[in-house]
Write a new protein. Structure first.
Ligand code: SF4
Ligand code: SF4
Lengths: 419, 557
């Protein structure tokens, strides 16, 4: 039985699946009687193959609606055939505007030059609406990271009057898409390699330069950002989030934390093979954003066991992480050596500091770079005396958070073994 | 068990409180997601796409009945009533909520368990032989050494941010039951004259690039263990690759830089570290540890009941033949309870089963329990007089499947059914294969047979080490299974070799069926195991059985 109240259904489904990963959202959603009849709508564009593949594993007989505007790149049509042949999907339906309507509204095929909205309406929105009329819900590949209207997406979204939209990939990040394609050896859309990260109709899609938003090539030069099919039934309205666990009020600036797994916010997926160093958080721009008036507050800070200090002397030598461990002798006479940590996950500096101490270095060792408060005890235990941190980090992790780790001599198991 | 030098529980509570504070600091924005991630990983909190998983260490596989009951409580309160034992002596609880994890860590600390360093690019849970302290062929109980390593590696300041994860295994028996050649560091207890020491292997590992480790030191005096291991880690920390996660394990460093180059660096650094450690040699600590792992006071009751039961009950006899291992103490045996009954998911254990095993360990087995890397549970010390009653209790609970080391004792990762990384199903393959063999009543006829399944290239099911390994892949959206032949994690460490093209899902069981038939026809005596026949004859006849069309084609030419 399908509940009549769309918002309630969407909220209930979001609550039910908030813990789930994309694959499970898809798999369970397809079997969930509350969803009713479901179709996947796919453009066979740059990232479509992910959902198509998931669907082919979970429920290959689900209808797949492919909107052919007859303005697509030949590469897209070829790619569509390639995927249709490779994946065991059994019900791919090609949706097109009917010939009469086309002949009437766009006889010369140039409507897109005059009125893209009318063209999209004719070639996508109307045919798709017709095709979807027999379904209670449809699956889309939209993701929050695509920004704009999409940044508040939930897994389930009401589409008045009667349909639900399911967005299994809502919380995916670009790297999740890339990893999924790589891990499952999925074929890439041939245009991606030629600079089209988002692919629509040929006349309305252009390549994107490095650094541009991936969707920047869609309707370039126009206000338009969505083709309209995602507005069927009105603009998307994110469902009011269910009350989260009572936790201390988040700071407004803080990125939201996934309290129960499927929360909002940028998540980092772990797998057996990852946990490679994430790029160091970009701290400089944040500091710079404070503006010239805050300049004195932007000076870096030195942390010692008794708290924050201004940076005093400059180091005599700086040891980058790839320093040759067999060639530390020249440093041994210095009075202050800086050991650099390019990222918090790059622990080479800990060994370099230990090697300096082992070889009898008795001067001061300063850690510079990306260490955070949680690593202060580690730094102290390997023989580092002080940690230099940027002003932004000193604000975000104030003195108390560092002092909490000034107890580094407690629980130092190794020191009990090695004296 | 940090109570060697301090009160262990208070350290564990300290760590749980620290993690609670980190969660709060993540919520209030003090920690960014990128900063929080390695911190939660070093506390065993994993995120697979959008669901958290807590991985709890069972250090060196030794667990007390009280701890087992603690796991049962956690499974019921915060998970779905069961846990999954992995191939690395861990138990995983899926579907944990991040806000609950500090409470789960507290509950673990209450029974002296923890999740520290079960994830992340650091020294992981040290694994060892499930039969430690009981096996008849043991040189010395490896657990005091394993515990020493754990104590040393926990929160080791220098090695929390290595290029990749780092796994150490230690084996005490003549026969290696800890798969040491498949670890970053493998330690094998050895005796030279009267001195005890280690054969040290480095650079083994499975996963994408399976490699068997190499011996870097034939004999390391036991007292030098910590400085030597630190030297290996220091060399790896500095020279392991950080530019590519697939090339970051020590095995690649060894392969790329060469064993000799690394050995020189390790030995040079060892001399310096040895000087530091000599001031605080852990002898006193080791003595404490040895006392902690001392064998129970073995009893010697009358065991005529055992002989009578053997004669009277053929299924008890069959179970005794397969699931008992020789014990160094006369009148005793070690019992393996396989979590591989028909309809069971390899490695899954319900809260009720955990409680039952805890009770049985107290009643019949000197209160000692072990988790084995092959996802089974071991009662290491059982006097024979207890066996009939123990067997009856296990049988009533459906846990007396007589298949240890048999083809149905399949090691399998969770695969597509539970793991978000999976590219194929593994559990249904395991079940269908077991059903196939059972339906034909071939289990005993085949005898010892090591079959392993992984649901993706990450190889958590250690398929490369199975006599037969099955690796589920995804070829353009279709599950496809590669079969490897000739792996061995025990006597002659070797990585299985790919037999040929992969099979679609529904062809896997028939293919293994043909392989079994070929083996049964080719062996020269019922005692010749599959692996021995394969070594004697080479892979060709078995390949021909797997790919009959290809063989016919060749014959026709
Ligand atoms: S994307 Fe461009 S060509 Fe395609 S339907 Fe819309 S306006 Fe027309
Ligand atoms: S081998 Fe792959 S599928 Fe299996 S548990 Fe490991 S990561 Fe998951």
């Amino acid at each position: 039985m399908i509940a009549p109240d769309l918002e309630t259904r969407a909220a209930r489904l979001n609550a039910r699946y908030r813990n789930h990963a994309a694959v499970q959202v898809l798999r369970h959603a397809l079997a969930d009687p509350e969803l009713g009849r479901v179709a996947l709508v796919s453009s066979f564009g740059a990232e479509s193959v992910v959902l198509l593949h998931m669907l082919s594993v979970a429920a290959p007989d689900t209808p797949v609606l492919f909107v052919d505007t007859r303005m697509l790149f030949p590469e897209t049509l070829e790619y569509q055939r390639q995927i249709a042949a490779a994946l065991p999907l059994t019900d791919i339906r090609v949706i097109r505007a009917d010939d009469a309507a086309l002949a009437e509204a766009d006889p010369d095929g140039r409507l897109h030059q005059r009125d893209t909205d009318a063209c999209c309406d004719l070639r996508k929105v109307v045919p798709l609406e017709r095709a979807l009329s027999g379904f209670d819900a449809w699956i889309t590949g939209r993701k929050r990271f695509q920004g704009g209207e999409r940044s508040g997406l939930d897994f389930f979204e009401p589409e008045p009057p009667l349909r639900l939209r399911v967005n299994p990939l809502a919380h995916w990040r670009p790297q999740d898409v890339a990893e999924y394609m790589e891990e499952n050896a999925l074929p890439r859309h041939p245009l991606v390699a030629r600079g089209y990260p988002s692919i629509g109709c040929a006349p309305c899609t252009s390549a994107v330069k490095a650094g541009e938003d991936p969707r920047a090539g869609r309707w370039r030069g126009a206000e338009k950002t969505e083709c309209g099919i995602h507005f069927i039934g009105g603009k998307p309205r994110p469902v009011a989030p269910l009350p989260a666990e009572p936790v201390s009020a988040p700071r407004p600036s803080a990125a939201p934390l996934p309290l129960r797994g499927a929360g909002p916010g940028p998540l980092s997926k772990d797998d057996e093979m990852t946990t490679a160093a994430p790029t160091a958080p970009a701290r400089q721009p944040a500091a710079a954003a404070a503006g010239p008036a805050a300049a004195p507050a932007d000076a870096p800070v030195l942390v010692r066991d008794d708290g924050f200090h201004p940076v005093d002397t400059a180091p005599d030598v700086a040891l980058p992480p790839d320093s040759d461990p067999a060639a530390l002798a020249p440093c041994l006479g210095a009075s202050l050596v800086a050991v650099e940590f390019p990222a918090m996950t790059d622990g080479r500096g800990f060994t370099l500091a230990r090697l300096l101490r082992e070889q009898g270095f008795s001067g001061r060792i300063r850690a510079t770079g990306a260490l955070i408060a949680d690593q202060y005890a580690m730094a102290r235990r390997v023989g580092i005396d002080e940690v230099q941190i940027p002003a932004e980090l000193a604000r975000r992790q104030p003195q108390e958070q560092w002092l909490a780790r000034a107890d580094w001599q407690d629980w130092d198991h190794r020191s009990r073994l090695a004296g | 068990m940090f109570d060697a030098a301090t009160d262990g529980r208070s350290y564990l509570r300290h760590r749980a409180a620290q993690f609670r504070a980190q969660v709060a600091r993540r919520i209030d924005g003090s920690l960014t997601e990128d900063e929080f991630r390695p911190l939660r990983l070093m506390n065993g909190v994993y995120l697979q796409l959008h669901a958290y998983m807590l991985r709890v260490a069972i250090p060196y596989g030794t667990i007390s009945p009280a701890q087992m009951r603690g796991l049962a409580r956690i499974a019921e309160r915060w998970d779905r009533g069961y846990g999954h034992f992995t191939t690395r002596q861990n138990i995983q609880f899926h579907w944990a909520a991040l806000v609950d994890i500090p409470d789960m860590l507290d509950a673990l600390a209450d029974v002296g368990l923890h999740a520290i360093q079960t994830s992340g690019n650091t020294v992981r849970n040290v694994t060892t032989d499930a039969f430690a302290g009981a096996a008849a062929d043991e040189i010395e109980d490896p657990r005091p050494w394993a515990e020493l390593l754990r104590y040393w590696s926990t929160d080791h300041a220098e090695f929390q941010f290595l290029p990749r994860k780092f796994k150490i295994a230690i084996s005490g028996g003549e026969r290696d039951r800890a798969v040491i050649p498949a670890h970053d560091i493998g330690l094998r207890l050895r005796r030279q004259g009267r001195e005890v020491g280690f054969e040290v292997w480095i650079g083994g590992g499975l996963g994408r690039t399976p490699l068997i480790g190499k011996v870097v030191r034939d004999f390391l005096p036991a007292a030098d263990l910590l400085p030597y291991i630190e030297s290996i880690l220091a060399a790896y920390n500095l020279s392991g690759r950080r530019d590519n996660k697939y090339k970051a394990r020590l095995k690649i460093t060894v392969a790329e830089r060469g064993l000799e180059v690394l050995r020189e660096e390790i030995e040079a650094e060892f001399l310096r570290r040895k000087a530091v450690f000599s001031s605080g040699a852990p002898e006193a600590l080791l003595d404490e540890l040895r006392a902690r792992f001392a064998a129970p006071r073995f009893r010697a009751p009358d065991d005529t009941g055992y002989e009578i039961a053997l004669a009277a009950n053929p299924s008890f006899r069959a179970w005794s033949d397969t699931n008992l291992s020789p014990h160094r103490q006369p009148g005793h045996a070690s019992v393996t309870v396989t979590l591989k009954a028909p309809d069971m998911t390899p490695g899954d254990c319900t809260a009720a089963q955990m409680r039952l095993l805890a009770d049985l360990a107290e009643r019949h087995a000197y209160s000692d329990l072990r988790i084995a890397h092959d996802q089974n549970i071991v009662l290491p010390h059982v006097h024979r007089s207890e066996l009939p009653a123990l067997y009856a209790a296990l049988r009533d609970a459906g846990l007396a499947t007589a298949n240890k080391g048999r083809i149905t004792d399949i090691i399998s990762c969770p695969g597509m059914d539970f793991c978000t990384l999976a590219t194929a199903r593994s559990i249904p393959i395991a079940r269908e294969l077991a059903d196939y063999v059972r339906a034909r009543d071939l289990e005993d006829d085949i005898g010892p047979f090591d079959l392993r399944i992984s649901g993706c290239i990450n190889a958590c099911g250690h398929h490369h080490l199975g006599h037969v390994g099955i690796l589920g892949l995804d070829r353009a959206g279709v599950e496809n299974y590669q079969i490897t032949l000739g792996g061995d994690g025990y006597e002659i460490p070797s990585i299985g070799e790919r037999a040929g093209a992969g099979f679609p899902y529904d062809q896997v069981v028939p293919a293994i069926g043909r392989l079994i038939d070929a083996y049964l026809g080719l062996r020269d005596a019922p005692e010749e195991r599959f692996i021995d026949a394969l070594r004697r004859l080479g892979a060709a006849p078995f390949r021909a059985a797997l790919y009959p069309e290809a063989a016919d084609g060749k014959a026709a030419k």
